[in-house]
Design a binder for this molecule. Structure first.
Ligand code: ATP
Ligand code: MG
Ligand code: MG
Length: 374
């Protein structure tokens, strides 16, 4: 059978490998973690550094097509892979999403609305950015940030320089603070033939910088969800995407949709599709990368996804297993460190019946009451 090569050994690779197996493909994982979430379920594993030429060559020649769940492979590494096997999504897309300045420049060039921003190469760039963006603004590292790491909010002029110094690696980007009504995301898949599908718009809530809850469909007006889907399709087409892409967006108080960032891979905010859609984001990812047809990205149920983060949430695992209606997913990580994503739980509601916030809390059982909902 054909072999799908997945760069990265985390939970996104694990769930992609499981979806690949269901479609008859073998998953071969490139990872530095021999017993990590993806390696545990893979057909084969190459252990090594993501930028080591020998490792990359050994991995690429053992697979038929390469995709990613880990995005921070060097440009040289990408070139090496692309010379040996098809890489989907392409290295060009990865390079754009690896760097917030490249990403915002690309989006603005494609006519996609983004929050106001300034590139910050050195402390000298701060005063002009502050003048243009006003207070407060957010400083972010251009590369390697995730789960809200690598960013600082600047509320006062006096704090600007400290925030700059505290963040690494430089350079940085400064973003105007968006006073958003809510955050949403759209998962879009696009095939080799350019045909694309979008899953339902998802409403996302964060806690301590980490995604906490996703609700599908997002409780936003039809005009907002249409904008969000149209933006995701436009981004996918502008990138000439082959594969799956998560588009994170802000909905401002006037119902305008701005793109925050993009991720050319399965996305945490798409995990609800695993139980609420006949073809979930991982199956869609595998299909797109393997050049298979993309079925409609329909939803048979409404859904709420709750992330299980760190030892606190995992202490509830036995209670979660004992609660009817909770659909648990475990990533197989050995150690529940603080802030680490260990698994997630989906809860389904009849289509069109996603209840009010009190109802969500109640349906989450042992996980409810403490999820930032009323
Ligand atoms: P992820 O884990 O999604 O990759 P990240 O570390 O790349 O996150 P961002 O998505 O840029 O970081 O920001 C994390 C969160 O911080 C956002 O989801 C949003 O809640 C808030 N945030 C980021 N930028 C802005 C902004 N310009 N205005 C308002 N809130 C923002
Ligand atoms: Mg990010
Ligand atoms: Mg984000």
């Amino acid at each position: 059978g054909a072999v799908l090569g997945i760069v990265g050994g985390g939970q996104l690779g694990r769930m992609s490998a499981i979806a690949a197996a269901r479609l008859g493909y073998r998953a071969h994982i490139l990872t530095s973690e021999p017993d990590g979430p993806a390696a545990q379920v893979a057909h084969a594993v190459t252990i090594g550094g993501y930028d080591d030429p020998d490792t990359l060559r050994r991995f690429a020649t053992a697979v038929d097509v390469v995709t990613f769940e880990f995005e921070n492979v060097s440009a040289d590494g990408l070139e090496l892979l692309a010379a040996l096997r098809p890489v989907r999504p392409s290295g060009d897309i990865l390079r754009i999403s690896q760097d917030r300045v490249a990403e915002k420049t690309f989006l603005a060039g494609a006519g996609i609305p983004v929050a106001p921003w300034r590139a910050i190469g050195a402390p000298d760039d701060l005063p002009a950015a502050r003048a243009g963006l006003g207070l407060p603004f957010i400083l972010k590292t251009t590369r390697l940030g995730y789960d809200g790491k690598g960013q600082r909010r600047v509320h006062r002029d006096e704090d600007m320089r400290d925030a700059f110094d505290a963040l690494a690696p430089h350079p940085l980007v400064a973003e105007g603070m968006v006073d958003f009504a809510c955050e949403v995301s759209v998962m879009v898949a696009r095939g080799l033939d350019g045909a694309a599908v979008t899953f339902d718009v998802t409403e996302n809530r964060h806690r301590d910088g980490i995604l906490d809850l996703s609700l599908a469909p997002a409780r936003v007006p039809e005009a907002v969800s249409e904008q969000a889907r149209a933006i995701a399709l436009r981004v996918a087409a502008a990138l000439d995407l082959v594969g799956l892409l998560g588009v994170e967006m802000f909905v401002d108080r006037d119902g305008r949709v701005l793109v925050n960032e993009i991720a050319p891979r399965p996305h945490n905010s798409g995990h609800w599709t695993m139980d609420a859609c006949p073809v979930d984001q991982f199956a869609m990812h595998v299909r797109a990368v393997a050049g298979l047809p993309l079925p409609p990205a329909v939803r048979h149920s409404d859904a709420v996804m709750k992330n299980l983060v760190g030892p606190g949430d995992m202490a509830l695992w036995p209670a979660i297993l004992a609660t009817p209606g909770l659909l648990p997913h475990h990533y197989g990580k050995q150690e529940a460190r603080a802030g680490r994503k260990m698994g997630h739980v989906n809860v389904l509601f009849p289509a069109g019946a996603l209840p009010g916030e009190f109802g969500v809390d109640a349906a989450l059982g042992p996980l409810g009451g403490d999820c930032g909902l009323l």
